[in-house]
Design a protein around this ligand. Sequence first.
Ligand code: 5GP
Length: 202
Amino acid sequence: MEKSHGLLIVLSGPSGAGKGTLCQELLRQMPDLKYSVSMTTRSSRPGEVDGIHYFFRQKAEFEAMINRDELLEWAKFCDNYYGTPRFAVEQAIQAGQDVILEIEIQGALQIKKCFPQGVFTFIVPPSMDVLSERIHKRGTETEEVIQKRLATAIEELEYVSEYDYVVVNDEVPVAVDKLKSILIAEKCRVKRKPFVFKGESV
Ligand code: 5GP
């Protein structure tokens, strides 16, 4: 059977919704899934490693990549640039590998325009109170940045209707099971993989 292209899975949702935790757990349970490492101009948080969590770059370098069209999408989020390096994603998808992107909404909408066959999933927290509590507990941002992120979160929730799926991240194992189910179902779609039975195409 002809090898089909990999899935492009886009996870968005407000900062603090738990996308990172869900993504890590999904990658642990589905080791064939490839995580797209983004590029950013924000400073690294304690424990974050360049090339693993993000490619941490200066603004000038990021802007040069935009000008060379080396980013599949990019956006400015809370005063910093974030973007998806194009080459690694395109290469993996063409090789049949499923790739997951954890990006904010402006970037997801850019991908939707050029790659509508992607699987667009929105992660929401159970409530704004839980969201605020999670960002405060993380303890990695100043109060000013936290307030900015919370205000952005309220705006972001308006965009849920642009997505194919929404998953409430109340309990991580339940949310991960939902994400796995979405991916498994998407991979079974006839339009993604023409079914061949005893040499006959259906
Ligand atoms: P953080 O600074 O908390 O790591 O990320 C801030 C926001 O930027 C999150 O919503 C995260 O998903 C998003 N983000 C991370 N990488 C990218 C990217 O490559 N492109 C876009 N558009 N957003 C990203």
